[in-house]
Ligand binder design. Structure first.
Ligand code: NAD
Length: 480
C-alpha cells in the first residue's frame, strides 16, 4: 500500500515515529494509502529546515522567487489530470469538479501570488516637506499554514503561495483526511527545483502535529482555515505567544430570494450554492429564505431541480454529487438530519444515506436534503452542518430577512437574489458577513478581500491583503 511521506528540507521522509494511519477512499469506503502519523519531532525538523532556508529565500530578488514558483506551476499544470484523479479519490468529490475548480484554482493561486509580489508596493507619508515616513515590508520568517479537507490543494496553495511569494519559508500541515494532493505537490516541487527547506509539508493529526506547529516558538505567523472550534483553540494557544494570526472559519450562510428575483436564475444558483461539493464548501448557502409571495413557486422548482441531481460514482461525468469526505462526517450529517426532524423539521427531499451498488456499496453518499418548518433559533439553523443539507423558510419583509440573516454567530458569506438594485445594495450593506453575492454565488476575484465576521474568522485574505499579512511593516521617519 502506498505510503504518503513528509516533505522536509527538500526530501520525502518517513515520520520519525515510523507510524502511519489509514487513508480512506470515500467513494468505496476502502483504505488505499497510509498517512504519516508525524509528531513534534517532525515539526522541529521542518521548522529547522525552513529557518535555514529563510535567509537565502527572503533576500532573493522577488523576480527570481516568482520564477521559481512559476516553475512549480508549470509542473503542476503538466500533472493536472493526475491531480484531478487524486483529489477526487482522496476527497470523494466528482472528478469533473476537481477538473473544473480545485486543480485549476491551485495553479491560479500560485500564479496569482507569485506575480502579485512583483506589483506589491509600500506607502510613503509626506509630512508637508518637514519629514518623510516610508513603510518597509519584510518577510516574517517561518509561516505555519494549516488547511482543511474540503478543497485540499486549492486551500493549501491559497496559503502557501502568498507566504512564499512574500519571502517567507513555510511549514504546511494539510488535513489528515485528504493528504494526497499535498504529497503529490511535494514531488512536483522537487521536480521543479524549489530550493530545499523553502516549503515543508508535514502530515498527521491536527491535535498532534498541527498543535506542535502552532506551539513552536519559531513559527511567528500562522494562517489557518478550518472549523471555528479549532480556530478558537489556535487563537488561545498562539495569541499569548503574540503570533500573527489569520483565521478562516466556519459559516452558516443565508441565501435570500426576494419576490422580484429572476426565479429561474435564483433557483438554479441556489441549487449550486446548496449542494456543490456535497455542500462541503464554507461558502455554501445552507439557510434559504424566500419571500412569501413566491415561496410555494420557488420551493416547488427548487425541490424539482435538486431531485434531478445525480449522486453517484465520482469518476462518472454525470454524477452531480460524489461521496462526503469520511464515514465519521457522513454519520455526523445523518445525525444532524435526525436532530432537525426532532426539532420539527419536515424533510422535503433526501434526508438519507444513499447506497450505491458493486464496488461503491460501502461509499459515503448522502442525497441532497431540503428541510422545512424549522425556527431561526433552532440548532439546525444555527450550527454548521457542512453537508448537502439546506433549510428553507418564508419571510415577509426586508427588515425581517436582514434580522434572520444576521441571527447566527457566523458571518462568512451571503447571497441575495433581487432585480431591484437599490434593495440589493441596502441589504448587502446590512448583512453581517465578509462576503455578499448579488444574483450569483461563488464568483471569485482573487484580488478581493476574503474572510468572515463574527465567529467566521479574523482577518482578510486575498490580493495584497495576503501579502500584507505575510509581511511585517515598519515605519521609518526621516526628518528633512
Ligand atoms: P478542522 O478544524 O477539523 O481541521 C482543519 C485543519 O486543522 C486540519 O488540517 C486539522 O488537522 C487541523 N487541526 C485540527 N485540530 C488542530 C489543533 N488542535 N491544532 C492545530 N491544527 C489542528 O476543520 P475541517 O473539518 O478540516 O474543515 C471543515 C471546516 O473548515 C468547516 O467548519 C468549514 O466551514 C471550514 N472552512 C472554512 C473556510 C473559510 O475560508 N472560512 C474554507 C474551508 C473550510
Amino acid at each position: 500500500m502506498e505510503k504518503i511521506l513528509n516533505y522536509i528540507n527538500g526530501e520525502l521522509t518517513a515520520p520519525k515515529s515510523g507510524d502511519y494511519f489509514d487513508n480512506y477512499n470515500p467513494s468505496d469506503g476502502q483504505v488505499y494509502s497510509l498517512v504519516p502519523d508525524s509528531d513534534a519531532a517532525d515539526i522541529d525538523l521542518a521548522v529547522k529546515a525552513a529557518q535555514d532556508a529563510f535567509p537565502a529565500w527572503s533576500s532573493m530578488p522577488k523576480e527570481k522567487r516568482c520564477d521559481l514558483i512559476l516553475k512549480v506551476v508549470e509542473k503542476l499544470e503538466a500533472s493536472s489530470e493526475m491531480l484531478v484523479a487524486a483529489e477526487s479519490k482522496d476527497n470523494g468529490k466528482p472528478e469533473w469538479l476537481a477538473r473544473m475548480v480545485d486543480i485549476p484554482r491551485a495553479s491560479a493561486n500560485l500564479k496569482f501570488f507569485a506575480t502579485a509580489s512583483l506589483h506589491f508596493a509600500s506607502e510613503t507619508h509626506d509630512m508637508d516637506g518637514m519629514a518623510l515616513n516610508y513603510t518597509l515590508r519584510k518577510p516574517i520568517g517561518v509561516a505555519g499554514c494549516i488547511s482543511p479537507w474540503n478543497l485540499p490543494l486549492y486551500l493549501l496553495t491559497w496559503k502557501i503561495a502568498p507566504a512564499l511569494a512574500a519571502g517567507n519559508t513555510v511549514v504546511a500541515k494539510p488535513s489528515e483526511i485528504t493528504p494526497m494532493t499535498a504529497f503529490l505537490l511535494s514531488k512536483i516541487c522537487i521536480e521543479a527545483g524549489l530550493p530545499k527547506g523553502v516549503l515543508n509539508i508535514v502530515h498527521g493529526y491536527g491535535n498532534k502535529v498541527g498543535d506542535a506547529l502552532i506551539r513552536h516558538p519559531d513559527t511567528p505567523v500562522i494562517s489557518f482555515t478550518g472549523g471555528t472550534v479549532t480556530g478558537a483553540h489556535i487563537a488561545k494557544t498562539a495569541g499569548p505567544m503574540f503570533k500573527k494570526l489569520s483565521l478562516e472559519l466556519g459559516g452558516k450562510n443565508p441565501n435570500i430570494v426576494f419576490a422580484d428575483a429572476d426565479l429561474d436564475k435564483a433557483v438554479a444558483t441556489s441549487v449550486k450554492a446548496s449542494f456543490t461539493n456535497q455542500g462541503q464548501i464554507c461558502l455554501c448557502g445552507s439557510r434559504l429564505y424566500v419571500q412569501q409571495e413566491i415561496y410555494e413557486a420557488f420551493k416547488t422548482a427548487f425541490i424539482a431541480k435538486s431531485a434531478e441531481l445525480v449522486v453517484g460514482d465520482p469518476k462518472e461525468e454525470g454524477s452531480n454529487l460524489g461521496a462526503v469526505v469520511s464515514k465519521e462526517h457522513m454519520e455526523k450529517i445523518l445525525a444532524k438530519i435526525e436532530e432537525a426532524k426532532a426539532e420539527g423539521g419536515k424533510v422535503l427531499l433526501g434526508g438519507k444515506r444513499i447506497l450505491l451498488e458493486g464496488d461503491l456499496k460501502d461509499g459515503y453518499y448522502i442525497g441532497p436534503t431540503i428541510l422545512e418548518g424549522l425556527k431561526a433559533d433552532c440548532i439546525t439553523n444555527q450550527e454548521e452542518i457542512f453537508g448537502p443539507v439546506v433549510t428553507i423558510s418564508p419571510f415577509e419583509t426586508e427588515e425581517e430577512v436582514i434580522a434572520l440573516a444576521n441571527s447566527t454567530k457566523y458571518g462568512l458569506s451571503a447571497s441575495i437574489f433581487t432585480e431591484n438594485l437599490s434593495k440589493a445594495h441596502r441589504v448587502a450593506a446590512a448583512i453581517d458577513s465578509g462576503i455578499v453575492w448579488i444574483n450569483t454565488w461563488l464568483l471569485r476575484d482573487l484580488r478581493t478581500p476574503f474572510g468572515g465576521m463574527k465567529n467566521s474568522g479574523v482577518g482578510r485574505e486575498g490580493g495584497f491583503k495576503s501579502l500584507q499579512f505575510f509581511t511585517e511593516e515598519k515605519n521609518v521617519c526621516l526628518k528633512i
